[in-house]
Design a protein around this ligand. Structure first.
Ligand code: FAD
Length: 444
């Protein structure tokens, strides 16, 4: 069977490798680090034998069908626990719950939506008007990649509370971009698939185990002949006029029949700049990053019994109860405002804000804390970018692209990364003359 070299062992690379391995290809994954998962991974907080924490809480929705398919192929789907209730908390601690009721989609949230205490009647009428327009306008409008989500919300006469307390809470963390920087097309897609299309597609999946445990070598073994070359950063890609001949690592030159780059754009660019052939006409300058900051807090006693909640009107957007109400992880998406802030100030801010929502924090002692600033968390899903995201095929007949920044049909998410991996794997099978389909269609 043909040999495939996959560069990068994040979710995009793993999806390509698992799909091709299960189709009988011989696959080598070249991964720079000594563990898999890329940006969706975990590390021991105080050296090898210490407690493992995720770089940041990663969540999925039931509409992430390709990610769930990858988990199934790896035999780890039972390690994802789904939650049916979204908790919105106001400063002061008042909780509102959004969950589906008995009505079918798209009216499945109606009962709980009407009971949300943090929105007034005018806000709800405005939101209902916008939600009603989404299914229609996603089919008819051609400007959704050119305008921001905020432009669209203003056009639909959304109140300030509707924007700040509803749309921002739902969309900024899903797409990791502010409403005034996010192309409306992404807001539409996530909202349509996650909140409107099917009654259960909003259910939030949270891994029961550290992210890293979802993709160990044992689970990869289920996918056929997939080998992992750990600590093998690819340092050069050797290309001819129409194909790639080999990749180079510190251990030497590695040939293969097909190559899949599953690297982030900033890692791929320096590798392909040295090519003699201008094989990749990518507008590199169009791609920018949007950061995420995760703040891990360990208290000496439980501070909440909620499993997770979105926090209104403050810097911290989400909190996840990682262990018995004592280990709390908070998340700030599109966290540009925190990039220059010293870590101890960020910890102080997180504790102060948490105390506004959970009074028990005031009595508790903070035992330890970690701040993880992911400056290059995802690409910024700004207007105009969608048309510039590259397809998996390149001008080189045996070199393919995957990664959450490529044209996956989704924003930069785990689902987007897996979709890109499956698409690249499909392109490999076509080039090998044995076309196969791996990508599952969206839920609607
Ligand atoms: C803090 C944070 C929170 C997030 N939260 C969510 C969430 O809740 N839900 C969600 O769906 N998504 C979330 N995301 C986004 C999601 O993690 C990414 O979209 C996805 O994991 C990207 O996968 P990838 O395979 O495209 O890239 P990566 O994960 O970046 O994988 C690339 C791999 O290539 C390796 N590599 C780099 N250079 C080389 C080289 N020269 N040679 C060999 N290997 C190399 C890297 O080590 C890495 O393993 C979050 C991201 C971050 C950073």
């Amino acid at each position: 069977m043909p040999r495939v070299a996959v560069i990068g062992g994040g979710l995009a690379g793993l999806a390509s490798a698992v799909a091709l391995g299960s189709a009988g290809f011989e696959v080598d994954i070249y991964e720079a680090r000594n563990f898999l998962g890329g940006r969706a991974t975990s590390w021991p907080v105080g050296g090898e034998d210490s407690e493992t924490i995720d770089n940041c809480q990663h969540i999925l929705l039931r509409c992430c069908v390709n990610l769930l398919d990858l988990y199934r192929r790896l035999g780890v789907e039972n390690k994802i626990r789904f939650h049916r209730e979204f908790h919105f908390i106001e400063p002061g601690g008042r909780v509102s719950i959004l969950k589906r009721g008995l009505l079918p989609a798209p009216a499945h949230f109606l009962g709980s939506f009407l009971k949300l205490k943090f929105l007034g009647i005018q806000d709800k009428v405005a939101i209902a008007r916008a939600i009603d327009a989404i299914p229609r306008e996603r089919r008819t409008r051609t400007d959704l990649d050119r305008i921001t989500m905020l432009d669209w919300l203003r056009e639909k006469r959304q109140t300030d509370a509707a924007i700040g307390r509803y749309w921002r809470q739902v969309l900024v963390s899903a797409i990791n971009e502010d409403l005034d920087r996010m192309a409306a097309v992404h807001g539409f897609q996530v909202f349509w698939l996650g909140m409107i299309a099917l009654a259960d597609s909003y259910e939030m999946g949270i891994p029961d185990v550290p992210l890293r445990d979802l993709y160990d070598e044992h689970s990869l073994g289920r996918a056929g002949a997939v080998r992992i070359q750990h600590r093998s950063p690819v340092t050069a890609v050797e290309a001819g006029d129409s194909s790639v001949r080999a990749i180079h690592t510190a251990a030497g030159r590695n040939e293969a029949d097909f190559f899949v780059s599953a690297l982030p754009f900033e890692r791929l660019q320096p590798l392909v700049q040295t090519w003699v052939t201008p094989g990749l006409p990518i507008e590199w300058g169009a791609f920018e990053h949007s950061p995420i900051t995760g703040i891990h807090l360990w208290f000496d006693r439980p501070v909440t019994s909620l499993p997770h909640a979105t926090l209104l009107d403050r810097t911290i957007q989400w909190m996840f109860n990682k262990s018995e109400g004592r280990y709390i992880q908070t998340v700030v998406s599109a966290s540009r405002s925190l990039l220059e802030t010293p870590r101890n100030e960020i910890i102080g801010l997180a504790v102060r804000e948490l105390a506004e929502f959970f009074p028990a924090v005031k009595e508790a002692r903070l035992e330890k804390a970690q701040v993880v600033k992911e400056v290059r968390a995802t690409f910024s899903a700004k207007p105009g970018l969608e048309a510039l995201r590259p397809w998996s095929r390149t001008y080189l007949k045996n070199f393919f692209l995957a990664g959450d920044w490529t044209r996956s049909g989704w924003p930069a998410t785990m689902e987007g990364a897996v979709r890109s991996g499956y698409l690249a794997a499909e392109a490999v099978t076509e080039a090998a003359g044995m076309p196969l389909r791996f990508l599952l269609p969206d839920v609607a």
